[in-house]
Design a protein around this ligand. Structure first.
Ligand code: LHQ
Length: 258
């Protein structure tokens, strides 16, 4: 087993579980993550996902022992597995919180950045380690980084492969927040529980709209907002949200996806 999945009230905690190798990724692990996300999506009681790593690291990227001597074409095949994981995370109609508990390197850094809300322990850092071994940032890094931190910082991060401390990552807008180490998991659980108790169908649609905005022109995005808003307006949670507001009470959301 390379990952652990635990069910909490309305969300699932997925833990990368190869601590002796700083949770370095393998194909088996990527496939297991895709399956775990698909199971979370298929479970109507699951309304959010929390991803973290076991031990002192979050994820050291590709397991280098597994690719030593591999033919270039095989590397491409390997990346098809990882791309499937990154696509699954982005397309998941549920909010995904990532709790970066320690170093996030290479594909591990970009796995974290593919999640919706990233919290990191103050002692954690992010390193685009790829160029240290003659590779390029993958798992969406060349797409995410310039959008998150701007082109100048993205280039330096990718080319220098220097570790970026969690606090600076938060300051630069690469992640949501850096928190004290002992507060990371309590805060990450609280955030996942909060999202899982929210109008989660609407959150899934919000995620879709934000992702689509990266490619859309303004006019097209306005049309998409209109269409997705009509979908959101058809949810029970929208009706409940309005009712609760008018009745001056907290809403009770079900997260029902239509
Ligand atoms: C590891 C790894 C590791 C195996 C630590 N593999 N064992 C590329 C190709 C193809 C397809 C898919 O995608 C990719 C994308 C990539 O991700 S390429 C980038 C791969 N990652 C790296 O280059 C990072 C390599 N690791 C490191 O630079 C360091 O380990 C970091 C900076 C992450 C942490 O340093 P330390 O805190 O000093 O820990 P450590 O180096 O002592 O590591 C602890 C153990 O984990 C150690 O094993 P050992 O038996 O000596 O205790 C490491 O060998 C092992 N480990 N990363 N990626």
């Amino acid at each position: 087993m390379t990952i652990l999945v635990q069910s909490h009230a309305f969300y699932r905690l997925i833990t990368l579980d190869r601590p002796e190798r700083l949770n370095a990724l393998t194909v088996e692990m990527a496939d297991a993550l895709v399956a775990a996300l698909a199971e979370a999506e298929a479970d109507p009681t699951c309304r959010a996902v929390l991803l973290t790593g076991a031990g002192r690291g979050f994820c050291a990227g590709q397991d280098l022992t597994a690719i030593a001597g591999m033919a270039p074409a095989e590397i491409g095949d390997l990346l098809d597995h990882y791309n499937k994981l990154i696509r699954k995370l982005r397309a998941l109609p549920l909010p995904v919180v990532c709790a970066v508990n320690g170093i996030a390197a290479g594909a591990g850094a970009n796995l974290a950045l593919a999640c919706d809300i990233v919290l990191a322990a103050r002692s954690a850092s992010f390193v685009q380690a790829f160029t240290r071994i003659g590779l390029i940032p993958d798992c969406g890094g060349t797409w995410c980084l310039p959008r998150l931190v701007g082109p100048a910082r993205a280039r330096a991060l990718a080319m220098l492969a220097e570790p970026l401390p969690a606090a600076t990552a938060a300051e630069w807008g690469m992640i949501w927040q850096a928190v004290d180490d002992d507060r990371l998991m309590p805060e990450a659980h609280a955030l996942a529980a909060r999202l899982a108790g929210g109008a989660t169908a609407g959150l899934g649609l919000t995620k879709r709209a934000l992702d689509a905005s990266e490619a859309n022109e303004f006019d097209r995005q306005l049309d998409l907002e209109r269409d997705l808003q009509a979908e959101a307006a058809g949810t029970q949670d929208h009706a409940e949200g309005v009712r609760a507001f008018l009745e001056k009470r907290p809403p009770v959301f079900t997260g029902r996806r239509l």
